[in-house]
Design a protein around this ligand. Structure first.
Ligand code: MN
Length: 385
């Protein structure tokens, strides 16, 4: 009898960078895929659905529903669309793990739906925990649902905690690459172009997260995520820059022993760990050669230059809907920057201004979160459009 990993997953965000690599892991290790969803890349979604003979498939962009349905009319694959479709993929039957790799706050409701269905989650969608961390973690606890982080830093922290007692954890050391503009000050960042911001030194990723890495918003979101995922107070999370992106994060225990996780900067490792957990099998990445790497450097992040990072830290300290607000404001600002309507520094300025523009709002329910999100998006639109 085949005694590999007998697992079945469902996946939303299947045509993005994380989604495609998730399917590579599934191909390599014979993981079954029963349901898939993508935003708008209909050709690739169709090919994936056929290759994995899925039971259902969803295209988020409702305008493309008819096209997908006719492309798959010779199959028994159930075709869905929109948020309702994403949520039905999230609660598909007989699934061991729901992989959420969509970009943006659109991932929150599918996460809550999977939790409600009692399905464990491999989470690449940061905005889920940023906007709804309290709600998501308390719901997951109630339903005894496990959340496996896919993000490289959180996977590193999760890996470092294996075999140790969570209550003896003193501190999280969250690493950052520093992005393409490390060492620069605001005057040098005034005329940054979209193309410059899109060229990341170490990681190859989608557009939104690459801009977030350039502004350090990405690290701010990860700071908030780390707080929720590991139940660590914000004063016990230290951000350090490791320019080489070899140390993916570390933890410090009560005895001041620090355990870190290293590897080449390739998302395949954390994706595979989240999917195959607790197994460690052959992975299609280069082995790490520390001697080739030579030197690892560490530095403090520049909180004065990178307003998005300091804004996120402030937001989670204030609590309530502030993390949701800075996230939604950033999503809108990044969109406008990619459309070349605002400058690079406008992104950080808008994020930090949103903290003073809004009073405290709760984020106890999905409705609370949606309300704060809507107000935050309007704030950006009123400012620039
Ligand atoms: Mn990351």
């Amino acid at each position: 009898m085949f005694c590999g990993i007998m697992k079945t997953i469902s996946l939303i965000g299947s045509t993005g960078s994380i989604g495609k690599q998730t399917l590579d892991v599934c191909r390599k290790h014979g993981i079954r895929v029963t349901a898939l969803a993508a935003n708008s890349n209909i050709g690739l979604l169709e090919a994936q659905a056929r290759e994995f003979s899925v039971g259902s498939v969803c295209i988020y962009d409702e305008k493309l529903f008819g096209d997908l349905k006719s492309r798959l009319s010779d199959t028994d694959i159930k075709v869905l669309c929109g948020m309702e479709g994403l949520c039905s993929i999230a609660e598909a039957d007989n699934v061991d793990l729901f992989v959420n790799s969509v970009v943006g706050m659109v991932g929150l409701l599918p996460t809550l739906t999977a939790i409600n269905a009692g399905t464990d989650i491999a989470l690449a969608n940061k905005e889920t925990l940023v906007a709804g961390g309290g709600l998501v973690m308390s719901s997951a606890e109630k339903k005894n649902v496990k959340i496996f982080p896919i993000d490289s830093e959180h996977s590193a922290i999760f890996q470092c905690l294996q075999g140790n007692k969570r209550e003896q954890l003193r501190k999280i050391i969250l690493t950052a690459s520093g992005g393409p503009f490390f060492g620069m000050k605001k005057p040098e960042l005034e005329n940054v172009t979209v193309e410059q911001a899109l060229s990341h030194p170490n990681w190859s990723m989608g557009n939104k997260i690459t801009i977030d890495s350039a502004t350090l918003m990405n690290k701010g979101l990860e700071f908030i995520e780390a707080h929720w995922l590991f139940g660590v107070q914000t004063e016990n999370i230290e951000i350090i820059v490791n320019r080489e992106s070899i140390l993916h994060s570390a933890v410090e225990f009560n005895d001041h022993s620090v355990i870190g996780q290293m590897g080449v900067p390739d998302m395949k490792i954390p994706i595979q760990y989240a999917i195959l957990y607790p197994e460690r099998l052959e992975c299609d990445v280069k082995p790490l050669s520390l001697t080739d790497c030579g030197t690892l450097t560490f530095a403090k992040p520049d909180l004065e230059t990178f307003d998005c990072l300091s804004g996120c830290i402030e937001a989670i300290k204030r609590g309530g809907a502030y993390p949701c607000i800075v996230n939604a404001v950033n999503e809108e600002a990044v969109r406008l920057f990619l459309e070349k309507k605002i400058s690079f520094l406008d992104i950080g300025k808008t994020v930090s201004d949103s903290l003073s523009a809004f009073g405290y709002m709760p984020a106890d329910s999905y409705e609370d979160i949606k309300k704060a999100e809507k107000l935050a998006r309007e704030f950006v639109k009123n400012r620039f459009e």
